[in-house]
Design a protein around this ligand. Structure first.
Ligand code: NAD
Length: 278
C-alpha cells in the first residue's frame, strides 16, 4: 500500500550506521554528498527520512531510536553485506539512493508493528513497540502461563516461552520457531510456541496462530519468578509479572517507497532458498 504525504522543499535526513568499517565508509560518503546539497538538511532531530546503514539489526535499532516519531518519519535501509529484509539498497547503490531521494514525493510503504504492554503484580505497566517480535520466557524454570485471545481463555501453556511476531518479523525469530512467513501487508500477529510441553497433562494447540488486527493476545504467567521479555534486539527482565498484552499498534512503520523495491517473495526466496541447482 503506497501513500503520499506533503513535503516541504528540503528533506531533513538523519544518518545512522553501525560500527563496521564498511558502514562508516558509506555513512561518510552520504554525509559528504548530502551536507552540500540544498535539497537536503542533515539533522538527528525531527528528521523526515532516517537512513540506516548496516543490516536488519541496524534498522531495528534505527526504528527504536525514532519510535516516538513514526507519524512523520520514513526509513530507508542500506545493507553493507547481502540484501536484508528491511534494507532496499546495497552499499554500492548510494548514488542511486540519493537520486531517488531527490525525486522523492513523500511516497511511503507502511507495515504494522506490535504494541506490547507488560503489567507487574503491583499494577505498574510498561509499553514497548516491536518491529519484529516480542518473546516472553521464564528464567531458570519452565514457564507456565494462561493464554487468552481477545478475552477468551484459550490454552494453558507450559514450556520455554511464547513469541508474538509482526508480519515483517515473521521471517525472523518466528520462522525459526516454525511460524509461517506472512506477507507484510497482512495486518495480523502470529503467536508461536517455544518448546511447549505436550503430554496427557499439559496440552496446547501446538501450531502457530494468526491473530487478526483488533484482537489481543494476553499471557498471564502462573508462577512468581523472573521473566525475560525480549523486544526485537532488547531484553527486559522482571519479577512478578501479572500479564503481557500483545496487539497491533495504532502506528505503523513507514519506508521510503523505492522504485526498484525487491518483491517480498523474491527476498524470501533469495534469503532462504537461493538458487537451486538442477
Ligand atoms: P542478530 O545479530 O542475532 O541477527 C539476527 C539475524 O536475523 C540477522 O541475520 C538478521 O538479518 C536477521 N533478521 C532480523 N530481522 C529479520 C527479519 N525481519 N526477517 C528476516 N531476518 C531478519 O540479532 P539482531 O541483528 O540484533 O536482530 C534481532 C533479531 O534477531 C530479533 O528480532 C529476532 O527476530 C532475531 N533472533 C532470531 C533468533 C533465531 O532465529 N533463533 C534468535 C534470537 C533473535
Amino acid at each position: 500500500m503506497t501513500q503520499t504525504t506533503k513535503f516541504s522543499d528540503e528533506i531533513k535526513v538523519a544518518i545512522i550506521a553501525n560500527g563496521k568499517y564498511q558502514s562508516r565508509r558509506v555513512a561518510a560518503k552520504l554525509f559528504d554528498v548530502l551536507r552540500d546539497d540544498p535539497d537536503f538538511y542533515l539533522t538527528k532531530r525531527n528528521p523526515d527520512v532516517v537512513i540506516s546503514i548496516g543490516g536488519d539489526g541496524m534498522l531495528l535499532s534505527a526504528f527504536h531510536a525514532y519510535e516516538r516519531e513514526l507519524d512523520h518519519v520514513r526509513f530507508v535501509g542500506i545493507h553493507t553485506g547481502h540484501l536484508g529484509f528491511y534494507t532496499d539498497y546495497l552499499d554500492d547503490e548510494v548514488d542511486k539512493l540519493i537520486d531517488n531521494l531527490r525525486k522523492d514525493k513523500g511516497d511511503r510503504v507502511s507495515y504494522p508493528i506490535l504494541n506490547v504492554k507488560l503489567t507487574l503484580a503491583d499494577g505498574r505497566s510498561f509499553t514497548s513497540l516491536a518491529l519484529n517480535e516480542a518473546a516472553l520466557k521464564r528464567h531458570e524454570k519452565t514457564m507456565a502461563a494462561e493464554v487468552f485471545i481477545n478475552g477468551v481463555a484459550f490454552e494453558s501453556f507450559r514450556g520455554d516461552g511464547l513469541s508474538v511476531s509482526t508480519p515483517t518479523g515473521s521471517t525472523a525469530y518466528n520462522k525459526s520457531l516454525g511460524g509461517a512467513v506472512l506477507h507484510p501487508t497482512i495486518e495480523a500477529l502470529q503467536l508461536t510456541e517455544i518448546a511447549s510441553l505436550n503430554n496427557r497433562v499439559y496440552r496446547t494447540l501446538g501450531s502457530p496462530i494468526i491473530v487478526p488486527k483488533h484482537e489481543k493476545v494476553t499471557i498471564y504467567p502462573k508462577r512468581v519468578g523472573s521473566y525475560t521479555l525480549s523486544v526485537d534486539n532488547k531484553t527486559y527482565t522482571n519479577r512478578n509479572v501479572d500479564k503481557v498484552e500483545f496487539s497491533i499498534d495504532e502506528h505503523k512503520i513507514s519506508f521510503v517507497a523505492t522504485p526498484s523495491h525487491t518483491s517480498f517473495w523474491e527476498r524470501v526466496r533469495e534469503s532462504f532458498i537461493g538458487d537451486v541447482e538442477e
